[in-house]
Design a protein around this ligand. Structure first.
Ligand code: ZN
Length: 119
């Protein structure tokens, strides 16, 4: 019986053209985009997508990121053989980032949009 998470299906991974890490300016290994919903200052539900970067220098202390980084250290590219493992690790990592950032970043995102007049 398949009961895949809807969220996981909407996860987008980009391995190429990852922008530089905003925290250290280094090279990011991948970018993941995931659906992100929050409530704006008028109490309306807003949904969008959120991007997170995986950076070897900044993220190695996160357990979920460390496992993913370890995979990159061994296989420097995604192959059909490691795709399954890779997909599982990415999903776990994004999950951990999502839980961490929803509280921290929802506020600053909202402020950014408000400042730009989008809310
Ligand atoms: Zn970094």
């Amino acid at each position: 019986m398949s009961n895949q998470q809807h969220d996981a299906e909407e996860l987008l991974i980009k391995l190429e053209e990852a922008p530089p890490c905003p925290r250290c300016g280094g090279v990011a290994l991948l970018v993941a985009q995931f659906p992100h919903a929050w409530r704006n200052s008028r109490g309306e539900n807003v949904s969008g997508r959120k991007e997170v970067l995986l950076c070897a220098s900044c993220d190695h202390r996160e357990p979920a990121a460390a496992e993913l980084l370890a995979l990159f250290a061994v296989d420097d590219q995604v192959s059909p053989e490691n795709l399954r493992v890779f997909g599982g690790l990415v999903a776990e990592w994004v999950d951990s980032v999502r839980h961490r950032t929803v509280d921290e970043e929802a506020l600053s995102d909202e402020f950014e949009q408000w400042r730009r007049g989008e809310l």
